[in-house]
Design a protein around this ligand. Structure first.
Ligand code: SF4
Ligand code: SF4
Length: 458
């Protein structure tokens, strides 16, 4: 007996698994950081359980490049595998049409017959839409947890009057989703979804797709013209089980079509029919080249190998960048005045002024201070006059500090021009100096000797 395929059951298991992952992921934190969180409220980005400030959004292009490369790679390799196995639109349609309408409310008589529209039963149809609206609210909330962390989200929704925008987004987006799934249905895949329209350009003759084997089954169509219900030669018996079960209302025997979401329901339907004749399904998940040559699908080819190498490079770059990430932010700006010279009792005091902007990008409060060193020197030649003591910064807080540095030795002796002394400012959290430390280069301007003599003479 030929094997009966059950891709549908495998898809349901996969839907369950991805749904659990997507629901649970926002609740998992490591050191207070989420797997992915783009919070405009807290101005922070969490990626792979690492916290980034929104000023570090330069990482997003790497994430997007990785995302697009993954789409190119997966589409070239396995066609519209996303559409059938992971696209929320397909999952929601299965929940609405096959679970709510067919299994729970009995509005549709069989999940094997997705073509037929059943009239009447208006009460049940309204109940189906209302049930799906409740599911939409949960789904939209789940999406929002990647932008408003669950720990905030559940506090906000307890005070809806104070968070009208959030409540409005939840209810309007849920309404839109309900309209999409209950009314637009697969028309969304065919007419709206941009991925459906561009994916065919990524295909090659080795790309895995849902294909009717007309060498075995017999030719049914000549272009768009249907020649036969049952081809005169071939194994197709013209039962059209593959047509009735198709959620996008197409006949796969006509060849590859934009409307086909690769759900493989037709392959399962045909495998049951052909099993009665001890033959494998006429519709398979394979490549056009494999059908033509009767060989196995060629997965390792130039395009797929090239995409995987570039993808790997982008992933390594992202991991390296996230590991070299600084755990605080520091901006250094010099004041417009080059230097200040004051004639004091114990000699000239030469100072430079700066504005330093500190930001604590960590999840807890830290006490910060900094050191200043002349580049390439281990001696203490410059002293911090201001601020004279460390200061505290709460998580995500910023502080602007006026910094005054004083030369405690003669740093240069040039009678023609002021000397530019390169310095390194090392800022750190006193309580976590190993992890939270950043260095910035700047300069200390030391006056020419003629200026120093003029100041002494005053
Ligand atoms: S289910 Fe198979 S046998 Fe029946 S019409 Fe479709 S291709 Fe032909
Ligand atoms: S043709 Fe087959 S794989 Fe394509 S959408 Fe219809 S049932 Fe799904």
């Amino acid at each position: 007996m030929s094997k009966i395929t059950n891709y549908v059951l495998k898809r349901y298991w996969w839907y369950g698994l991805t749904t659990i992952v997507i629901f649970v992921l926002p609740f998992i934190t490591i050191n207070g950081n989420h797997f992915f969180l783009l919070s405009f409220d807290h101005k922070k980005l969490n990626l792979l359980f690492t916290a980034f400030d929104t000023q570090e959004l330069y990482l997003m292009p790497f994430v997007l490049i990785g995302l697009f490369l993954t789409i190119f790679f997966v589409t070239t390799l396995a066609g519209r595998v996303w559409c059938a196995w992971s696209c929320p639109q397909t999952i929601f349609r299965v929940i609405y049409r096959d679970l709510i309408q067919t299994k729970i409310l009995g509005i549709r008589k069989s999940i094997q017959d997705k073509q037929k529209e059943y009239s009447g039963d208006y009460i049940k149809k309204i109940i189906a839409v209302l049930l799906f609206y409740c599911i939409s609210i949960i789904a939209v909330s789940n999406l929002l947890w990647y932008f408003i962390p669950p720990e905030d989200f559940f506090v906000y929704i307890q005070n809806p009057s104070e968070h009208l925008l959030l409540m409005g987004i939840i209810f309007c987006a849920s309404l839109f989703l309900t309209l999409d799934v209950t009314y637009l249905a697969e028309k969304f895949c065919v007419y709206v979804c941009p991925y459906a329209r561009i994916q065919s350009v990524m295909f090659d003759r080795h790309t895995v797709q849902v294909i009717y084997d007309d060498q075995r089954g017999g030719v049914v169509y000549d272009g768009k013209t249907k020649l036969y219900k049952k081809p005169p030669e071939g194994e197709c018996i013209g039962c059209e089980a593959c047509v009735s079960v198709c959620p996008t209302h197409i006949d796969i025997r006509q060849g590859m079509q934009l409307d086909c979401i690769n759900c493989l329901e037709c392959a399962d339907a045909c495998s049951k029919i052909q099993a009665k004749f001890n033959r494998p399904s006429l519709i398979n998940w394979t490549s056009s080249e494999a059908i033509k040559t009767r060989q196995k699908v060629k997965y390792f080819r130039f395009r797929t190998v090239a995409y995987s190498i570039v993808l790997l490079i982008a992933l390594i770059a992202l991991i390296l960048m996230s590991q070299t990430k600084e755990n605080m932010l520091l901006n250094v700006n010099r004041s417009s005045e080059l230097y200040s010279i004051e004639n004091k009792q114990n000699g000239l005091e030469i100072t430079n002024a700066y504005t330093l902007l500190f930001q604590n990008t960590d999840n807890k409060t830290h006490e910060y201070y900094f050191d200043v060193q002349i580049q390439g020197s281990n001696e203490q030649n410059i002293k911090i006059v201001r601020p004279s003591a460390p200061f505290k910064l709460e998580a995500n807080a910023k502080a602007k500090k006026i910094v005054v540095l004083k030369a405690i030795k003669e740093l240069a002796s040039d009678d023609k021009k002021d000397s530019i002394i390169p310095i390194i400012i090392t800022a750190y959290a006193i309580d976590d100096k190993e992890r939270i430390v950043v260095k910035r280069n700047s300069i200390f301007v030391y006056p020419k000797t003629t200026e120093l003599e003029r100041a002494r003479a005053k």
